[in-house]
Write a protein of this length. Sequence first.
Lengths: 459, 186
Amino acid sequence: MESFQKVITTRYGVPQSWTLRVAEEHGAYAAARRAFATMRPEEIAAEVKDANMRGRGGAGFPAGVKWGFLPKDKQKPVYLVINADEGEPGTFKDRTLMELDPHRLVEGCLITMRAIGAHVCYIYIRCELVSSIQRVGAAIEEARARGYVGSNPFGVPHAAELYVHEGAGAYICGEETSLLNSLEGLRGEPRLKPPFPAVSGAFGCPTIVNNVETIASVPDIVRMGGKTWAGMSRLPNDGGTRLYGVSGHVKKPGVYEAPVGLTLRELIYDFGGGMLRNDRPLKAVIPGGSSTPVLRPDDVVDAPAENHPLHAWHGKSHIDVPMGVDTFRALGTMLGTCCAIVMDSSVNMVEAARNLMHFYAHESCGQCTPCREGTGWLQDILDNLCSGKGTPEDAALLVDVSNNMMGNTICAFADGTAMPMLGFVQRFRDEFIQAGTRGVPAGTLGESALPLVKGARGV
Amino acid sequence: MAFALTPQAEKIVDELLSHYPTKRAACLPVLHLCQRQNGWINADVMDYVARRLQLATSEVLGVVTFYTMYHQQPVAPNVVWVCRTLSCDLRGARAIQSHLEQRLGCGVNGTSRDRKFTLKTAECLAACGAAPMVQINDHVYEDLTIEKLDRILDEIAAKTKAPHSSPPSNPSHTLTGRPPMTSKPG
């Protein structure tokens, strides 16, 4: 297995890595000190733009470009809001940053506030992540005691205040405008866009909303220089290293750092240690959180035309295509949060889809009819299929309902439900038709996966 | 009796209000504070929050009913959240849940026979790499087996004094404090 340079996880595993003393011994705040003392805000922003960092929250929008959308005339205060509402099923990477290296996040916030001219930053953490809230809160207090947070960080009169804002349990609050409503003390229902948050966000003021990992990468971009940082990636236009998660049926589930452009095969078999049970091969993998359509290893890239973005991987398995925002979009899925859910041959895909559609039905905010009704219908159809009350035509019905949800709502939640639903039916149509005639046999998900008694883990 | 936060908690509210340009923005954190003190969010709590933040009680009700972490019914001293989403399901969450139901003698959203635990299911709690998992109060318990879960529950049960009054099984004690409507409004 190839070994990779660690950048964002250098302090993982260091005892007491979350304390200011240890973090500073291992390099924390050097980049912030340099950025405040020697760089103009636009120079910092230029480095981040050079870094070609695609946002790490799931949509993959270039972070440097996003910052550029702020209005040039600063008539209102600018806010920085960190999206730490990590809740996409299968995703557990930001939590490791907040628990193991909260000072990297705080340092990234400070540098970003300097770059975009913000004086207040809210870190919106879902309230279930109690340790993350405690560690990030403590890190802010330590940084404040040292003068890094406050009226004069690093001797520069650019006031910078950071506050943790706890969510209250709603997946939709990871959507940026919903998060802003939740921050303002409202129900977390998404807002119509435009105006985009960069123009009118928190409290009606220009706001940049970035993911935890995105902002935690900023100190390294400043330290190394944007171009050098970008160059660690295996792909063009998608820079740096990033956190990969792998869960489900692998021997070593966890969060690992690697360059952008790792393949799913490397993630599953090298980092993840291979399939959990040697007698059960890989059947399907959801590449980056539950909203990204499922892939199967026996599908091959069909891109004979030389100008096709995936031509270089023509004829190869989908799990051998490098994981990038653009490559995975071309593959008909999405990179999302880059946290893969791995399923072995024992899993029935109708059951897997049913699990996820229960999630979406529970989490739809209910504001838009196609989403509120659509998620409920998908759930009910799948319940019927799994309990043997379905029909072979239900596969087409799932597709029809999904198509009527896509693009018909205020936010991307409906698309994030319909896309994986369509992916399941398209790639495993036989199983859906079969479920419509015979139902789904018991024990095709969960119960049979692992003996939970006598501690017999990791067979 | 009308609800009021302790003087200590009131100081935290003042601090929270200084974080935001509007009073309303403190709604979520103040509700968390109240729930920590009162155990759940009832009509008195919402009236208090509305007065404190200069909101209409209906606005606070709207917030409370939107988010899953505000308890709209009394809960036992320990709330067990079992993650049911796919990564945990693939590693045995259903077995964990059915064991919990059996051991506690209640279904999801129910309270155990000894009134020490309320069982709830949760959607993804961002611990997929250590599935299956449960969260009990502020603590996450990962890489569970049945034995490990039993040990954890034994320890917590031993530390918990059984509450005298059971959480009402009759859900008529609703958020608004009014009995449920028996006939349609005229």
